[in-house]
Design a binder for this molecule. Sequence first.
Ligand SMILES: [Zn+2]
Ligand SMILES: [Zn+2]
Length: 342
Amino acid sequence: MKAAVLTEWEKIEYKEVPKPQINEGECLVRVAYAGICGSDLHIYNGHHPTAKAPVILGHEFVGVIEALKTSQPTTFKIGDRVVVEPLISCNACEACREGNWHVCRTLKLLGIHTDGAFAEYVKVDLKKVIKISDRLSDRVAALTEPFAVGFHVNQRAGLKNGDNVLVIGGGPIGLIVGMVAKIGGAAQVIFSEINPARIKQIESFGFTTINPTQNGAMETLNQLTNNAGFDVVFEVSGSQPGLSFAVQACKIRGTVVLVGFPAKEPECDNLKVFFKELKLVGTRVYTFTDFQKTTKMLENIVQQKLFDLEKLISDTYELKDLEQALLVMKAGGNLGKILVKL
Ligand SMILES: [Zn+2]
Ligand SMILES: [Zn+2]
């Protein structure tokens, strides 16, 4: 089969590799679309702490079951359209034993630590496969993984109907987090963003934005919440100013959810956390249930036309051009998700 293999850091080779052989309890998925994640770029750059080359990346994908091998009863059959929850947990650590497989002490991902979906075929544990409805197009279904991140962080926030929500950082994940918050009953979702192109993109989805580097940004925010501050602030930028702004904009006894991965260890204004009795909440990937429910949420978004999800996809590349797509991302040239079409 054809695959785009990361042979060494900063090098992708499009070449012929053996088709994966499936074992008991596994299936072979013929990939239709695979999304490129920020972490793929991170790995390509050689900055990921645990990834190793050579590997076939790609953990956000949709496809069709081509073959399966199981002696157990199964609801899956050849030809099913599926998405795949890509977490690989050890099943032995204390987190796994308590059922929190997504925060496994040695968590790994299909498509980061094992061969993933930037290839014609990928082999997958049947327990990780989720059948999708025909109402979901391949392109929208390829967004399930990033939407599962958005779903999970909203769960972690304990978002309630009528909450005022601030999202700091309006890249693809920030936008998704804001959409899920809106669907989840937020009274208003405001974005803090500094990049003019992104501001345009966010506003095209009907959201209000503020630019924190402009004068009067905090006053504008205060007006939007009648000086109360935000019930929930999602810090998606991973930046120091973002975190400082988050604890400042959050209301007394509000919740700051840490979504963006910080480039270096950030400093937090503990005095604000202390005096306002803020909740700081960490988040990591998603649970299997989050992933399953996300496919239903995507169906609702499409059926009820809540958001135009096609607008979230900024470009589509062929598999042989994966490296080119990564370089576009590296240069910051993409506003939304980039998909690879197989
Ligand atoms: Zn991802
Ligand atoms: Zn574990």
